[in-house]
Design a protein around this ligand. Structure first.
Ligand code: NOJ
Length: 545
């Protein structure tokens, strides 16, 4: 296993709009992030991933970029950005930017010129004289009409997010220059938005009949994708000490391996979504009851089958909060820490999404109008069109809306959770008086304190980073256990993923040192609800291995 800095650090994802508002306009900003660097240092993370801060009309909160080389004024200026990079680096924290290159905003000058068939920009996007029947990830038609051009353009996301035509060499060159621009500014890597959607079939025939994502056979697993990624790697990424993590949808360990096998020289790792489907039928809006075994099966599959480096995450800005989906509010501390134990002792780069480390929960909202997210509103409309009741749609939204993750960060128990001095762009979760950073910091038994321990342990023991993975009692529906081994270090994770007391087997590691636990004491043969323990043994005999 080749060692690398990006395998050894925790990554902390910041959703800038909701992190900290320094200039008192209700919207988080870059200066706000700079103010909170001491918090990140104290937490112990080594890398920050910033969701988009580029210039954007904000139809999809910045994932619709109208200028890749400018900072959106809500977030600050390029000077702020340079300052952020410098300050993070001074504190030994690397910075990963979001790279949204499957699509731009419709306000991007490339699209404006493409609509006018202006010179080289004519084919920067996908255009068709006739409408195609494809549907978008946001549940709408994926081909919309441009009055200016008199043709239809493809947008796999919102109407305002036209897909770039990667067949066009000029597009690829412009994107490569833009990436170099950021790397030259000192950025240390990229999270590449929906990167496996880049390549589309040359012509765009109608899609097969499907309930969701009609047309997807014309862009998923298109072999040209590998050419584009190899080109980006060869011409840009390989020339810098940086890393890439691709967001990939509808992948399996085999197709993902093709993207991350080191010898393929494409991406360093990918985010996959199998474990995010532990409470739904692949599409998050088709909810099913959460079963721990489904989470276990999905995570274990990737540990065993991926030929490359994994990512370890439970949350991001597109997902409901993990405690609300997979945890149990009656065992709030125990289930949140159990989830962290399960995920972060596996092999891969660990990612924390802002607020997860203090156990932030899904929003308390009851009205549709409290949600701002474009996907949430589109899905509501689609559901109602398909005759699902308001009540049913709201139930789905309360669990799965992306705004659950986007409520302002809860810093303390003051007005708006200390996020902003004025009304925030999205309502603060009403539980901020109890769940907040300040409370967590003053409590040794907080979820935050537990996260800090995990982060510190990962720095201390190489087995957590590079050790081999092996399931224990894989078929057990309540016990989640596995082993990691590296040289003379053996680590065992043992968790009771249920709300009952469980008698446990006499595992042979029960006498090893307990390096982490979420109950105060250890009861030898019984595990209490949501109990999590990590055992470590450093044997001296095979010290040389
Ligand atoms: C994935 C991003 O994470 C999500 O927030 C965004 O809406 C889509 N890609 C489109 O960019």
């Amino acid at each position: 296993m080749e060692k690398a800095w990006y395998k050894e650090s925790f990554v902390y994802q910041i959703y800038p709009k909701s992190f900290f508002d320094a200039n008192k306009d209700g919207i988080g900003d870059i200066k706000g992030i700079i103010q909170k660097i001491p918090y990140l240092v104290d937490l112990g993370v080594g890398i920050v991933w910033l969701s988009p801060v580029y210039k954007s009309p904000m139809e999809d909160n910045g994932y619709d970029i109208s200028d890749y080389r400018e900072i959106n004024e809500d977030f600050g200026t390029m000077a702020d950005m340079k300052n952020l990079i410098a300050k993070l680096h001074e504190n030994k924290i690397k910075l990963v930017m979001d790279l949204v290159i499957n699509h731009t905003s419709k306000d991007h000058p490339w699209f404006v010129r493409s609509e006018k068939r202006d010179g080289k920009y004519e084919d920067y996007y996908h255009w068709e004289p006739k409408k195609r029947n494809w549907t978008s990830f946001f549940g709408e038609d994926a081909w919309s009409y441009s009055l200016t051009r008199g043709e239809y353009y493809l947008h796999l996301f919102a109407k305002g997010q036209p897909d770039l035509n990667w067949e066009n060499e000029n597009v690829r060159n412009d994107i490569k220059e833009m990436i170099k621009f950021w790397l030259d500014l000192g950025v240390d890597g990229f999270r590449c938005d929906v990167i496996n959607l880049l390549a589309k079939d040359k012509d765009h025939p109608n899609g097969k009949f499907r309930l969701i994502l009609r047309g997807r056979e014309h862009y998923l697993e298109n072999p040209r994708l590998h050419e584009y990624l190899k080109e980006l790697h060869e011409d840009v990424f390989s020339k810098y000490d940086c890393f890439t993590v691709g967001e990939t949808v509808f992948v399996n360990p085999k197709t993902a391996s093709d993207l991350v096998k080191p010898e393929n020289k494409e991406l360093n790792m990918v985010f996959q979504f199998d474990h995010m489907a532990a409470d739904n039928h692949i599409i998050k809006w088709f909810i099913k009851k959460f079963k721990p075994i489904n989470l276990k099966k999905a995570l274990s599959k990737w540990q065993k089958e991926l030929e490359g480096w994994n990512t370890l995450y439970l949350e991001n800005h597109d997902q409901g909060r993990s405690i609300s989906r997979f945890g149990n509010m009656d065992y709030y501390y125990q289930s949140a820490t159990l989830l962290a134990t399960i995920i972060y002792f596996q092999q891969g780069t660990p990612f924390i999404y802002q607020g997860q480390e203090i156990g932030m929960t899904n929003a308390h909202y009851t009205e549709l109008s409290q949600y701002q997210d474009i996907e949430t509103h589109n899905i509501y409309k689609l559901g109602r069109k398909l005759l699902l009741s308001h009540k049913r749609m709201m139930k789905k939204i309360r669990l799965m809306s992306r705004d659950n993750a986007r409520t302002p960060m809860q810093w303390d128990d003051s007005f708006n959770g200390g996020f902003s001095k004025v009304k925030p762009w999205l309502e603060t979760n009403e539980n901020y008086k109890i769940i907040n950073v300040k409370n967590s910091q003053s409590n040794e038994k907080s979820i935050l304190a537990y996260y800090k321990k995990i982060i510190a342990l990962r720095k201390q023991f190489e087995v957590i980073v590079y050790g081999d993975y092996e399931d224990i009692d894989f078929k057990d529906k309540k016990i989640y256990a596995y082993k990691r081994s590296l040289g003379n270090e053996k680590l065992h994770v043992l968790c009771n993923f249920s709300n009952q007391n469980l008698k446990i087997k006499k595992y042979d590691f029960l006498n090893d040192e307990v390096i982490l636990k979420n109950y105060q004491d250890i009861t030898p043969l019984v595990m209490r609800p949501y109990e999590a323990r990590v055992y470590l043994k450093q044997s001296e005999t095979d010290h040389q291995s």
